[in-house]
Write a protein that binds this ligand. Structure first.
Ligand code: FES
Length: 120
């Protein structure tokens, strides 16, 4: 890819498909192994790789559920680590100070998309 070639994009979903204040998971892209998840806060969407920095398990405890009961933190179902929604930094739990892998995303015409990256 040259600098003049736009990246290929993977469409995740419409912004409206993620409840405001909620989250949604996405399986791996074809050929990939690890999925993604997104959290919506109004017009903002934060996308992360669905792999806990503690031991690498997916975070969701049930499909599309990545948030604490009060909706203020991301939570890993395996050992309960809690992460900031906007920065993905672990603020409580066994991987304190470590960070979820964030994924660059953009919203275009109401659609959330991420650059196509092999394996994600
Ligand atoms: S795997 Fe996430 S807290 Fe242990």
């Amino acid at each position: 890819m040259s600098l003049l070639t736009p990246p290929a994009w993977r469409v995740l979903c419409a912004v409206a498909d993620i409840p405001d204040g909620g989250s949604r998971g996405f399986g791996p892209a074809p050929g990939g192994f690890i999925g993604l998840f997104a959290v919506r806060r109004g017009g903002l969407v934060f996308v992360y790789v669905n792999s806990c920095p503690h031991i690498g398990t997916p975070l969701d405890w049930t499909p599309d559920q990545f948030l604490s009961a009060d909706g203020q933190r991301l939570v890993c179902a395996t050992h309960g680590a809690e992460f900031g929604i906007e920065d993905g930094i672990c603020v409580r739990g066994p991987c304190l100070g470590e960070r979820l892998e964030s994924v660059i995303s953009e919203i275009k015409d109401g659609i959330v998309r991420v650059p196509w990256t092999a394996g994600l």
